[in-house]
Structures are given as structure tokens and as C-alpha cells.
Ligand binder design. Structure first.
Ligand SMILES: Nc1ncnc2c1ncn2[C@@H]1O[C@H](COP(=O)(O)OP(=O)(O)O)[C@@H](O)[C@H]1O
Ligand SMILES: N[C@@H](CC(=O)OP(=O)(O)O)C(=O)O
Length: 455
């Protein structure tokens, strides 16, 4: 049995949904499909999830949001018409959205979650209805009834261990099961979404729960590439990579697959295959436990912008017992997690993701570092990007770090930070955001320029 997840680009229009149903019905093993909300139809289009976020925010600010509601309903009307479905499904979706807007707004996180989740929930209903109309036995599956239980943390759900046993029972059902991605339910029955891009996570959890033979992740590219195709021209395709490599690369910026989505599949040893809805014949990228890495010690380069560094200097910092703990405690008190912490003798830097920061938090942290830790100097610098070079064979291959630093410096890019820490499969560099694309192109040229496909 296979679990196939289809992303927003694969379900953005009626035409795309028809491709999806062709793919699903062409292989009897594709018994469970996990679907996203309709995504972008073109580069300047808006994902339904973003329309829903806009709808929720307008409603919270103004107490009504008729135009924003109409824009969401219009997307489904377009799809329903293109699929030849009766208009009643559009009316049902409109009523559903209105009842979600009537939800208690006192907890904004919960209010937004149940609204955001409607994108996948209604799309799953449309797709199940379309499959039935085509004459297939197909069923929409409600995540709560399937037992997809998660933590009660709005926008940041984590699967609860008991979910897997409940999901196993889906194996007993007949026909094609259509499950909306992106959300589950708390034990108290509250809807909770995963982080953005979280339908990949649902797919992986369901694949692990039903003990699938494979988890197929359908998107809009033929494979995972060694670098972001928006930065490097025609980057080489990766045929096979390990879970660890994919996790590091997706954490560091490969938008094609959610980094948290690897864990459930990995723990159950289910191979993951990334494939293209627009070209399903292409073999895609297999993500597996081990690979032969002698010829390709490095498999990919990922990068992400939006990092800040807290720089702290204090003479004899290395001799002060508990300095690091106290520093991290100040950051913890602001409910901020840290990414890296490269250190010297008298100074240390803590790298933080900007999305967790506000000017008030920054001020409080700096003031406490100076007052409570008696630091000689402390300040925040913004506008960093982190680049990650990843590959299972890197640590056994002499000279990777020196080739990488040379390649970056030949682009005229200054390296602000290097971290070849405890991870055995990655090496990361901090550079200024403005020079990150040059650095990636330099690294790509050094490690992949002669290659078309990484086997
Ligand atoms: N290294 C990479 N390999 C493949 N695609 C990548 C990579 N880095 C970024 N991407 C982007 O990820 C996109 C697919 O992810 P996403 O838009 O989330 O798809 P979906 O709608 O299927 O969830 C691709 O169109 C591509 O532009
Ligand atoms: N629709 C949600 C969840 C998701 O995974 O979407 P996509 O498959 O389009 O990345 C989002 O945009 O975050």
C-alpha cells in the first residue's frame, strides 16, 4: 500500500486535480491520498491558505470580511465548475466558512487554526466527491475520526504517539481514502494545525500509521535538486538521498519537503519518493536509509534568509562557570529557540531565527545580558543567511571545508560564521543576506558543475 500526498501546486485548479485523480487511479496501491489546499496557479497567484489567513485577520480586525470570503469561495467555485460538480458543494463550502468565522475569537490561535484548516478540509471533500463521480469507491476521511491526535499547540501541532495505532485501522477501509493534510485534533477535540507546509507531515504520519510500503510526495518538480532551482540554473537531480540528508537540507531551506515530515517515515523505515504531478513518469527522488556516497560525498546546498546574531563579548568568558547556561536562559525566558552557537574564548554568538523576534524582546535580551551577565559588549546584528552544505560522505572526505570556503571567498563573499559541529552530515556558513545567492552559486560550481544526476 502507498500513501500519496499531493501539494498545493498539484491541486491548484480543476485541471491539476484531474491529473491527480489520473495518477491515483492508475495504481491500485495508491489507496490513501493526503491533500493540501489549492496552491498557486501561477507565480503571482495566492495560495488558498494565504487567502484564509487574510480572511481571518480581516475578520478579527474589522468584524466582517465579505470580499475576502468571496475570494476563497471563488477558488472552490472555479474548481467545482471545472470538475463538473454540482453547485451544492460550493454552497456547502461557503456555509462551512461562515460557521468557522462564527467560532469563538477569544483565542486567536485556535480561531485561525480552524479557519486555515478549511483549505485542505474542503479540498479533500471536493476531491473525494470528484472520484465518486468518476465511478470510484472513494471516501473523505475526517482526521479526528481517523484518530490523528496531536498536541494542543495552535499552528505548531506535534503528533501524539497513540495516533499511529488509530491510523492503522484505516487499512480496513475499502476504496480510495482522501485525507485532508495540515491538521489533526487534540485529545480534547480541538482542531490544531501543523506549521506551514505541514501537509507533508500529515502524509508522513499517515504512511507510518498504516505501515505503508512507500510514501509518495507529489509536487511540481521532477526531483529534488542539488540546489534551489530559483537560484541555480538547471541544477542536477538527486536520484537517491538519505533521510538525514533530506532532513538537514529541508531544515536549511529546501522548500520542496517539510523538514519535520521525515521523522515519522524514517522511524518506520518507509521509503519516501518525491515525484512530479505534471510528469509522473519521471522516477523522482528516493529518500532512504543509506546510500553509496563514494562518488558524491556532498549531495546538496540549501540556504535560508532571516537570521540574526546576538554577539556577546566578555573577557575570560571561557573561565566563567555557567555563562553559557545563563545566556541561553535569558533567550529561553523570551520563548526564543536558538539555531547555532559558535564560540571563541572571550566571545560567543547566538544565531536566532528572526521570525521569533520582536524589537521589545531584542531590547530586553540585550539589556539583561549587559546587566545580569556583566558582558563587556552585547548587540544584535540582523540580515544574515545560513547556508548548509550537506552529504553523508563529507566527514570522511578530506578537504571539503577548504574547498567550500575557497569557493565562497572566490565570489567575493565574506563568511561571518562557520559551524562544522556535531552533525556528521553538514557544514554551515553564515553570510550576509545580500550575498547568499552568489555564495550558493560558487559552492554549486565547486561541487556539482560537472554533474547532471546524482545517483
Ligand atoms: N532543492 C530543491 N529541489 C527541488 N525543488 C526545490 C528545491 N528548493 C526549492 N524548491 C522549490 O520547491 C517547490 C515545491 O515545493 P512547494 O511549492 O511547497 O510544493 P507543493 O505545492 O507541492 O507543496 C518547487 O517548485 C521548487 O521551486
Ligand atoms: N496549505 C498549507 C499546508 C501545505 O502543506 O501546503 P503545500 O502542500 O501547498 O505546501 C500551507 O500552505 O502551509
Amino acid at each position: 500500500m502507498k500513501v500519496a500526498k499531493f501539494g498545493g501546486t498539484s491541486l491548484a485548479s480543476a485541471e491539476q486535480i484531474k491529473k491527480v485523480t489520473n495518477i491515483v487511479t492508475a495504481d491500485n496501491d495508491r489507496k490513501i491520498i493526503v491533500v493540501s489546499a489549492p496552491g498557486k496557479r501561477s507565480d503571482d497567484d495566492t495560495k488558498v491558505t494565504d487567502l484564509l489567513i487574510g480572511l481571518g485577520e480581516t475578520y478579527l480586525n474589522e468584524g466582517k470580511a465579505d470580499d475576502a470570503l468571496a475570494a476563497v469561495v471563488e477558488r472552490y467555485r472555479d474548481i467545482a465548475e471545472g470538475l463538473g460538480l454540482d453547485d451544492d458543494i460550493v454552497k456547502t463550502i461557503k456555509d462551512d466558512l461562515k460557521s468557522r468565522l462564527a467560532y469563538d475569537t477569544s483565542n486567536e490561535g485556535q480561531f485561525m487554526d480552524q479557519l486555515k484548516a478549511s483549505g485542505e478540509d474542503n479540498n479533500a471533500k471536493v476531491i473525494a466527491r470528484f472520484l465518486q463521480r468518476l465511478g470510484y469507491t472513494a471516501e473523505y476521511v475526517h482526521p479526528e475520526q481517523a484518530g490523528l491526535f496531536v498536541s494542543d499547540t495552535p499552528g505548531n501541532a506535534q503528533v501524539l504517539p497513540e495516533a499511529y495505532d488509530h491510523l492503522y485501522k484505516l487499512r480496513d477501509k475499502d476504496g480510495i481514502l482522501v485525507i485532508p493534510g495540515f491538521f489533526g485534533y487534540s485529545k480534547e477535540g480541538r482542531l490544531v494545525t501543523f506549521p506551514r507546509g505541514g501537509s507533508d507531515i500529515t502524509g508522513s504520519i499517515v504512511a507510518a500509521g498504516v505501515k505503508a510500503d512507500m510514501y509518495e510526495n507529489f509536487t511540481d518538480v521532477d526531483s529534488v535538486f542539488a540546489a534551489n532551482p530559483k537560484v541555480v540554473d538547471e541544477p542536477c537531480s538527486i536520484k537517491r538521498m538519505t533521510y538525514r540528508e533530506m532532513r538537514e537540507l529541508s531544515y536549511a531551506g529546501f522548500g520542496v519537503f517539510h523538514d519535520e515530515a521525515l521523522i515519522p517515515a524514517f522511524q518506520s523505515n518507509i521509503p519516501v519518493c518525491v515525484k512530479n504531478t505534471n510528469n509522473p513518469e519521471a522516477s523522482g527522488t528516493m529518500i532512504i536509509n543509506e546510500r553509496e556516497y563514494a562518488t558524491n560525498p556532498v549531495i546538496g546546498i540549501a540556504a535560508d534568509k532571516g537570521f540574526s546574531t546576538i554577539y556577546v563579548r566578555k573577557y575570560l568568558m571561557n573561565r566563567e562557570v555557567g555563562f553559557g547556561r545563563k545566556l541561553l536562559e535569558i533567550i529561553e525566558d523570551e520563548e526564543v529557540s536558538y539555531e547555532h552557537m559558535p564560540s571563541g574564548i572571550d566571545d560567543t554568538s547566538v544565531i536566532l531565527d528572526d521570525s521569533q523576534l520582536t524589537p521589545e524582546k531584542e531590547d530586553r535580551m540585550i539589556r539583561r545580558i549587559i546587566d545580569e551577565l556583566n558582558a563587556d559588549d552585547a548587540y544584535i546584528e540582523k540580515g544574515f543567511a545560513m547556508i548548509m552544505l550537506v552529504g553523508e560522505g563529507m566527514h570522511e572526505t578530506v578537504g571539503i571545508a577548504s574547498r567550500a570556503t575557497k569557493a565562497i571567498s572566490e565570489q567575493g563573499v565574506n563568511i561571518e560564521m562557520i559551524n562544522q559541529g556535531s552533525s556528521e552530515v553538514s557544514l554551515s556558513f553564515g553570510v550576509h543576506e545580500s550575498s547568499v545567492d552568489d555564495a550558493i552559486r560558487g559552492l554549486y560550481e565547486e561541487f556539482f558543475s560537472e554533474k547532471k544526476v546524482l545517483q
